[in-house]
Design a protein around this ligand. Structure first.
Ligand code: FES
Length: 116
């Protein structure tokens, strides 16, 4: 099964092909925001894919449109709720500050690490 590694949290999860990066994060409680609930209507699930980008589904127009409004967009930017694992391998990513902020706002019960 493909693996998703959350670099800054130093955690990794195996997920079936077809899983979105956001669902992978949810599976292990990685602090990725999802203000719209994963329907491509915010940008709080914004991540930087550092390795394994070719294992993911291509970005569609809706995702590009939303990313246009996100903060600090880079070549490696993807929306976690839209990028799905299509092949076996390892995807390593960093959760953006925008996404971390959203997650901790949405989950006040989760203590934010001092570094994050
Ligand atoms: Fe809102 Fe991904 S959770 S666009």
């Amino acid at each position: 099964m493909p693996k998703v590694r959350f670099i800054d949290q130093n955690i990794e999860v195996e997920v079936p092909i077809g899983t979105s990066l956001l669902d992978a994060a949810r599976k292990i409680d990685a602090p990725e925001g999802s203000a719209c609930g994963g329907v491509c209507a915010c940008s709080t699930c914004h991540v930087y894919v550092q390795e394994g980008a070719s294992l993911l589904s291509d970005a569609e127009e809706e995702e590009e449109d939303i990313l246009d409004k996100a903060f600090d967009v880079q070549m490696t930017s993807r929306l976690g709720c839209q990028a799905r694992l299509q092949r076996d391998g390892v995807v390593a990513l960093r959760i953006t500050k925008e996404s971390l902020d959203a997650f901790y706002n949405e989950h006040p019960d989760h203590a934010r690490p001092a570094s994050g």
